[in-house]
Design a protein around this ligand. Structure first.
Ligand code: FAD
Length: 735
């Protein structure tokens, strides 16, 4: 049998190798229109930065080595331009000879991949833009940057390739502007999960969301800037009206199936725009198979036709198409006829210090589909035991069906954003989904554990426990958007006062969990719907149990707590804020008091820092190291509200280093009162930082004294200061 294959990379090369392993006698010809076969497209972005140092390591086989190993005839620079299905014959354009010829086949596999989508943009010319699909594209980008000394780049598109290209350009020292037309990057994620990536991206590059490139003008081609003669810079105008210049434009606005050849041959094309194949990966022509980015696949969850262009599915499909071709030659070759069992869309992308992974479908897709009654759960576990150095927090979201009888609890999808361990969690869930497991099975799973690698209660177990609690009516979970839709809910924040001082849901009532039991009758109305939250959901669940045991019924637990709330309602992105505050002379700075808070979670680092500052003298500097991702935000808020000076804040691979100069009076030795007095002025401002009643009273004495001396006095209570008004022990004051 003579088997021809169109496309020599992921699907094509895998199919050729499998076909040869199954039979030594068949003739196999692999056509590739470009120079290289079997290269690692997924590694291309990382050579741009030099992270993958050698280009050669991306090229797994060349035609000679592939022939030597597999006895497959590889024809590079040969483009298949037509298929005559009747004659079973290909027309091939040989680029090196600039001529065409015919080649017959018995069976044909198409693996032509995808092509880049170029969004229509005024002034954007093909020869002015770059995209990244193969080794030649990568080399062109690297050469252009080097020759033209490019320092500023525009990347269009916030999908995985755009993000990887953006990151690697930044790693190369280029200032990147990334423009995404949708309100979020990484569309397989839900918006609130992508929001975590937005925060990370905006530290490293300029990120524009819900924005498109309106016009591109080559500098030197317009009358206004005819004096700019270097000819390589572009003036970009965005739909938001903003304008900037850049030296290179890279388009990564998504891909479309490469179906030109199939379409011309009359093969059936689906509504999605991909080649239609059956479960044997046979096209509408029984002698032609198709695999990879060019085909439409059945979605494992929805059973709908989808385009899911990923390397894993392309490789698996190549094996199955090859097996089916071999079965057409020898039907007894396999005891179990190989079929392609749909695509889950399991994928991962690195975004600077973070990783984002997902499997199945997201909530956006689910909400469009009325047939799904679903439940979402958010958790924010650590990658391993918190007390072992280097633990990093991740956000894990699962979506599953809630049938009326709670029997049909099919897992619909999961998403995870964080650092270490993200891939593992999603891979486990993907495997359980594939095996037909239910979310309740998670509680019985047994995973390896030792402090450097995991938590004794694996996050997957935790999802199982929570779903089990929900099914048994022990708690009701709600997400922040659905909570906002409730009629006049009362938010109950059960975190500590320190945590609340760093931010809370507007109008929330704060009763720390440990004092909740004593404050129920006075402060908690039973007739109002209460939404309880803490930082990540664990204390809120305990609070819900206390409330339920005390007869509260209109009760919800905010899934994932305040951390999830901030994902849904994130603070505005600071454009290229580079969350890094840098003070010039830091390198020559004298000694610091070192405070290593690695592995601690909020409010731990802030509580420890505060205690350390209380022991420090005014003007002393603390070098604080933390790994809690929220610490960068918390320390800014802390310094703003306490008057200490944040001299520098840096983040390097999840390690946050802050230098704080003590700027408040010594809390332990004197009243924590700042008296900012201008000698020549008759106005005095007193700031009360402490929640110690004696100190607050002392500040009133000082205020009275100043007033008696004829000054205008303003007293300002910080959040901690205000806490002096709180009654800690209700029983002793009421009873
Ligand atoms: P390809 O591997 O693209 O191969 C198609 C080949 O066919 C091309 O070389 C093309 O030149 C050739 N061809 C097309 N038409 C003809 C013709 N008429 N005649 C002869 N030859 C032809 N996926 C992941 O899962 N994870 C990742 O991290 C990831 N990163 C990626 C990064 C980049 C930069 C790119 C471009 C893709 C990435 N992908 C990733 C996607 C993944 O590479 C593809 O899903 C996979 O390669 C698809 O395999 P394929 O065989 O269908 O197409």
């Amino acid at each position: 049998m003579k088997i021809c294959i169109v496309g020599g990379v992921a699907g094509g090369a895998s199919a050729a190798a499998r076909l040869r392993r199954l039979c030594e006698n068949n003739q196999i010809i692999l056509f590739e229109k470009d120079e290289h076969i079997s290269f690692a497209n997924c590694g291309l972005p990382y050579h741009i930065s030099g992270k993958i140092r050698r280009k050669e390591s991306l090229i797994l086989w060349d035609k000679e080595s592939f022939y030597a190993r597999h006895n497959v005839e590889v024809r590079t620079f040969q483009e298949v331009v037509a298929i005559d299905c009747e004659k079973k014959e290909l027309t091939v354009f040989d680029k090196s000879r600039d001529g065409t010829y015919q080649e017959s086949y018995d069976k044909l596999i198409l693996s032509p991949g995808a092509k880049n989508f170029i969004p229509p943009t005024a002034g954007l010319k093909e020869d002015q833009l770059f995209s990244l699909r193969n080794v030649a594209d990568m080399e062109q980008i690297i050469d252009f940057i080097r020759v033209n000394n490019v320092t500023k780049a525009l990347v269009v598109g916030g999908g995985p390739i755009g993000l990887e290209v953006g990151e690697n350009l930044v790693e190369k020292g280029i200032a990147v502007t990334l423009v995404e037309r949708a309100p979020q990057v990484m569309l397989p994620l839900d918006l609130e999960m992508a929001n975590i990536l937005h925060q990370e991206l905006s530290k490293k590059l300029k990120l524009y969301l819900s924005t498109s490139v309106q016009t591109v003008r080559k500098i030197g081609e317009c009358s206004e800037c005819s004096d700019c003669s270097d000819g390589i810079k572009y003036k970009i105008k965005l739909s938001s009206g903003e304008e900037f210049e850049c030296g290179i434009i890279i388009i990564a606005a998504g891909v479309r199936p490469e179906i030109g050849l199939a379409q011309k041959a009359g093969l059936a094309i689906g509504k999605t725009g991909g080649i239609i194949v059956d479960e044997h990966l046979r096209t509408s022509d029984p002698h032609i198979y198709a695999v990879g980015d060019a085909i439409e696949v059945k979605n494992f969850v929805t059973q709908e036709d989808n385009l899911i262009p990923l390397a894993g599915p392309a490789n698996r499909q190549a094996r199955i198409a090859s097996d089916n071709i071999m079965m057409s030659q020898n039907k007894d070759i396999f005891t179990h006829p190989p079929t392609y069992r749909q695509t889950q869309g399991t994928s991962i992308v690195k975004v600077f210090a973070l990783r984002a992974a997902c499997t199945g479908i997201n909530e956006r897709t689910i909400s469009k589909n009325k047939k799904y009654q679903y439940q979402s759960i958010f958790i924010h576990p650590l990658s391993h035991a918190g007390y072992y150095p280097g633990a990093e927090q991740m956000t894990l979201k699962i979506l599953y069906l809630r049938g009326d009888g709670h029997d049909d609890v099919k897992i619909l999808g999961a998403q995870c954003v964080g650092a270490e361990g993200v891939d593992k969690k999603i891979d486990i869930i993907a495997a359980i989904m594939r095996a037909g497991g239910k979310v309740y099975d998670f509680k019985d799973m047994e995973f390896c554990y030792a402090p450097p690698y995991n938590q004794a209660k694996d996050p997957i177990n935790m999802l199982g426990f929570i779903s089990d609690n929900i099914r048994n009516g022990l708690v009701r979970f709600i997400d922040p958007v659905k909570a906002q839709a409730l009629a006049n809910p009362l938010y109950l924040d059960v975190r500590t006062e320190e945590e609340v001082s760093l931010g809370k849901i507007p109008a929330a009532l704060n009763i720390p969990l440990d004092s909740l039991r004593g404050r129920l009758p006075q402060e908690m109305p039973k007739d109002r719907t209460i939404v309880v939250y803490c930082k990540v959901g664990i204390r809120a669940y305990s609070a819900c149990r206390i409330l339920m045991e005390n007869g509260y019924e209109k009760l919800y637990c905010l899934s994932g707590g305040y951390k999830t709330y901030l994902q849904f309602f994130p603070p505005p992105l600071e454009l290229n804020s580079s969350s890094v505050i840098s003070s010039e002379n830091q390198s020559v700075q004298e000694t610091f008091i070192e405070l290593d808070l690695s592995g601690m979670q909020c409010p731990g680092p802030i509580v420890k820092l505060r205690a350390k500052l209380d022991q420090s003298a005014n003007g002393e500097r603390l070098k604080v190291i933390a790994t809690d991702p929220g610490f960068a935000r918390d320390i800014r808020a802390f310094c703003n509200s306490t008057g200490n000076t944040l001299l520098s804040l840096k983040q390097d691979n999840n390690i946050i280093t802050a230098i704080v100069e003590k700027r408040m009076s010594d809390a332990s030795n004197c009243a924590t009162v700042h008296c900012a007095t201008a000698p020549a002025s008759s106005k005095k401002t007193i700031i009360i930082f402490s929640n110690d009643l004696d100190k607050a009273l002392a500040s009133f004495v000082i205020a009275n004294g100043a007033k008696a001396m004829g000054s205008d006095v303003t007293m300002f209570f910080t959040f901690w200061g205000l806490n002096v008004l709180r009654r800690r022990d209700v029983s002793s004051t009421t009873g």
